[in-house]
Structure formats: C-alpha cells, structure tokens
Design a protein around this ligand. Structure first.
Ligand SMILES: Nc1ncnc2c1ncn2[C@@H]1O[C@H](COP(=O)(O)OP(=O)(O)OP(=O)(O)O)[C@@H](O)[C@H]1O
Ligand SMILES: [Mg+2]
Length: 293
C-alpha cells in the first residue's frame, strides 16, 4: 500500500528531531524513535487526538523538553542543552503555549513582550523597535500600557504571540492558537500569520480543526498510534485510514472536491476549495466575455 508520507518538497530542514524518544516521568511513552523535520518556508499543521503528543512534540522542538534518546538538530547541527545552545535555539525557534496565562507574567503588555528581547542583551532602542514591531504585527499596539491581567482572552492570546514574535524567530510554533478565539479573531490571527509567513517565518501550528489545517497549511503531520505521518496537507487529509487513526474527520474542502470530481466538475489536485469563496469560484459557470458593471 502506498503511503503519502514519502514525497517531500525540497527545502532546508531548519529544526529536526532525529530518532527521538520521550516518556514523561510516571507517564506514558509519548514518542518513540521519531524522525521529524520542520522545513524552511513550509507551514505545518500538527493534528491528532487529545493526548496524542502534539504539545510534547512542540516542546521537544523548542527545547523545553529534551529527548531521552536521539536528539534535536538546528540546521543539521546537534543542539546542546547548555545555556549557549538553548539561547541559540530560542533565537531560532519560539513556542507559544496554548494557555496565554501560562506564558504572560509581566504587569503590562509592553513589559511582557519586552522580556525576551531584553534577555538577549539588545540595546534599549533595539528592544523598543522589536516590541513596537511585534505589537503592530498582532494589532495590539493600542494595548501596550494595559495590565495583562485585565485583557480579554483573545487579547492575552495575541500578547503571548507578540512575545514570541518579538524574538524574530525563524520558526514560530503555536499550540492551538485559534482555540477560544471568535471567528473574527481567528481571521485576524490567520492574516497575522500570513504576514509572518510572507516575511519569511516558518510557522507550525497544532490544531484540531481539519478545515483550518487544509486552508492554512502546506504540510500536515498526523499523530497516530503507529507514528507521525507527514506530507502535503491535501494529500494527508484525504487519507481515510490515517484520518481514522488520528481521530480526525474528513475536511469539507476534500469532500466537496471529491464530489465535484465525481460530477465531472473540475477540482484537480491542488484545486480543493479551502474557503466558501473558493468553492463559489470553482462552481461558478464560466462566462466568457462577462465583465463587471
Ligand atoms: N507533565 C506530564 N506528566 C505526565 N504525563 C504527561 C505530561 N504532559 C503530558 N502527559 C501525557 O503525555 C501524553 C501526550 O500529551 P500531550 O499534551 O503532548 O498531548 P496533546 O496531543 O497535546 O493533547 P491535547 O490535544 O489534549 O492538547 C498524554 O498521554 C498525557 O497524559
Ligand atoms: Mg496539547
């Protein structure tokens, strides 16, 4: 049986786990013998059921946890877990945890977002520039002086992401960033992430939302009991067996594309509608010579 995990886009492996295993003390073995690459420029969605190991994998990739066997590499070089090695890792890879209250601790938004850059020993002017840039990217410049504990949940979430963005990471890893956001907040976050991607940041996101993953990601990694399977998102999320193993539903866009193809309407590979607007464009009758107005 051919599995969709083999083909990979060419691109440099930025951060990777090699033959990595991890078990929590008094807990289960979560990952065993895992090879996993975050490829430069490829937006990656991590999907899998509760307890499948998404958060654990993200903490291993960002250096918060250390593999018991195997190791982590940064541009091919083994990461060392001393101060120097971890500083180097954290200027490349930043993790935003799911609950902003586990991340925010300073009194004000600006202080919180300043914390990482200050710890890098940058000048005050450089710190101010980075903080202003991160607040603008997350559309929270107006909240700079607000006490973090008085912010709404969505505002706290944006503040936590700004703290990571202020480190100007090459890889931004987000644990369920859209959970708890309203539809407009989700759209704004996706637009923000698109801006970061356009500026060269590689973004990794854990999510339970297959439709969001199809729409947003280039690649998907599915955490199944038999291992982690990675490949192009539309291919991975059309694979019934893998979806069942990972406890996921078929995305609407894939189901619609299959139906359109069965009806003889075009929806070739890569043409899966990812939004209602794309579906409308795909099914609109071709109107040669039609023009607006
Ligand atoms: N600190 C811990 N100590 C012991 N076991 C843990 C710890 N953190 C997680 N686990 C266990 O490790 C496994 C993987 O958990 P993890 O949080 O990585 O899953 P997840 O895919 O992120 O789940 P969710 O979708 O619920 O966020 C689970 O069985 C969990 O109970
Ligand atoms: Mg989790």
């Amino acid at each position: 049986m051919s599995e969709p995990s083999a083909p990979r886009e060419p691109g440099e492996s930025l951060v990777a786990l090699r033959d990595a295993s991890y078990a929590y003390e008094d807990g289960p073995t979560v990952l065993s013998g895992l090879d996993f690459d975050v490829t430069e420029g490829r937006a990656l969605a991590l999907l899998g059921r509760n307890g499948s190991g998404k958060t654990t994998l993200m903490r291993l990739l960002s250096g918060g946890l250390r593999p018991e066997q195997g190791g982590l590499t940064l541009r091919g070089a083994p990461v060392t877990y001393d101060r120097k090695g971890l500083t180097r890792l954290r200027t490349t890879v930043q993790l935003v945890v799911q609950d902003p209250d586990d991340q925010l601790f300073a009194a004000s938004v600006e202080q919180d977002v300043s914390f990482g850059p200050l710890n890098l020993g940058l000048t005050d002017a450089e710190v101010r520039a980075r903080v202003a840039e991160a607040l603008a990217a997350l559309d929270i410049s107006a909240l700079a002086d607000r006490p973090t504990h008085l912010l709404s949940y969505g505002q706290r979430k944006r503040t936590a992401i700004a703290g990571a963005v202020a480190m100007r990471p090459r890889v931004l890893i987000l644990d369920e960033p859209t959970a708890g956001l309203d539809p407009d907040g989700q759209e704004r976050l996706l637009a923000t992430l698109q801006g970061l991607r356009d500026a060269g940041t590689t973004v990794v996101m854990a999510t339970h939302d297959v439709d969001l993953a199809l729409r947003w990601a280039d690649d998907a990694a599915l955490l199944t009991p038999s291992g982690v399977r990675t490949g192009p998102v539309a291919q991975m999320l059309a694979h019934r067996d893998l979806l069942a193993q990972a406890g996921l539903r078929l995305p609407w866009g894939i189901a619609v594309a299959e139906l359109l193809r069965a009806k003889g309407l075009s929806a070739g590979a890569g043409e899966e509608p990812r939004t209602p607007e794309e579906l409308a464009a795909l099914t609109a009758p071709a109107m040669p010579g039609a023009s607006a107005g």
